[in-house]
Design a protein around this ligand. Sequence first.
Ligand code: SF4
Length: 402
Amino acid sequence: MTIDAVAQKVGSGERISAGEALVLYRSAPTPLLGRLADAVRARKHPDGIVTYIIDRNVNYTNVCVARCRFCAFYRPVGSSEGYVLAFDELFRKIEETIALGGIQLLLQGGHNPDLPLEWYEDLFRAVKARYPDVKLHALSPPEILHLSRLSQLPVPAVIERLIGAGLDSIPGGGAEILVDRVRKLLHCYSKASAEEWLDVMRHAHRAGLRTTATMMYGTVETDEERIEHLMRLRELQDETGGFTAFIAWSYQPDHTELAGVEATALEYLRTLALSRIVLDNFDNLQASWVTQGGKVGQLSLAYGANDMGSVMIEENVVRAAGAAYCMDEVEIVRNIEDAGFVPKRRDMHYNVLGDPFFRAREVPRMLELATARADGEAGMPDELLKYPARSRPGKQLRVIAS
Ligand code: SF4
């Protein structure tokens, strides 16, 4: 199969195979890959609109038993640097988010054995009672699996309880590369195998939730395994249609056990373009400006992306591994318009909500992303003591407190 033959298939809207994707990924010139991906984007989004969402990416705890080798964010159970956010801290973050035009909380965290399912239910109910219009885009598939194991309830039952408490949608984190050889090498197979990750999403879609899908590339995987990842997502999307969007980002190596070097911006653009071509049943592809910076984020709009992701407001995980890009709504809109597109605010379901918020209301400029806690501030809130602990340090803490 030649590059020209595959390019022709893509141009005429035909689905390509894994082998054909590999030909493009390995051998097609980058401008051609970009043109093909841009044509697919234009077919799906002929209106020239590029969307973004105003939300806040909050990591409720950094305590984690999974210990993935690519992660610089987690702290082991009992670490003096471990934290769990208090409900009040989360409420304050939500209020700051609403003031900036935010409509959603993206809530993800470590696999903390001292946070039982009831803690999440209480938190979600408390958020919904105070801020009924705020959406909860929360808990990636490995976190849901962790809760299933902790509560000894099947995944569908956990999802049902979380929906009952206020869960609106699920972020696609923790997918890394959906190939078990890679997951074992990265030490993330036990948190979720490829099939387990996909199965949580399958259950979520069946329960009526929409979710996103992600890929973190650039660790130990081969080109074939990147393509296998995309194929597995495409298959599940054929089956359920539940994914709203796909987001790819490059592994950030600083301060991780795995270490290594980050993939280049060129590799990012090629991977994004290939994803747009292969994932023909995904409507939306986000630009990962948080790992690539604003300029490459803007270039992404010519390589298949139709969405600038989230204004974010706060970020902890990628920053811990060395990336510290920040763009507020003004910057995101400027990048979209300079690339020749029309910026629109959206919700998680990609419904357009309107024009840029800052053009209608005075909002403070945001020149730096916030963090979960100020540097060096750790610790657990007192309210945690009312939930049973599973870890030894957690149990000891409760004995001392009583
Ligand atoms: S990536 Fe997530 S699950 Fe893995 S160690 Fe970090 S916080 Fe834990």
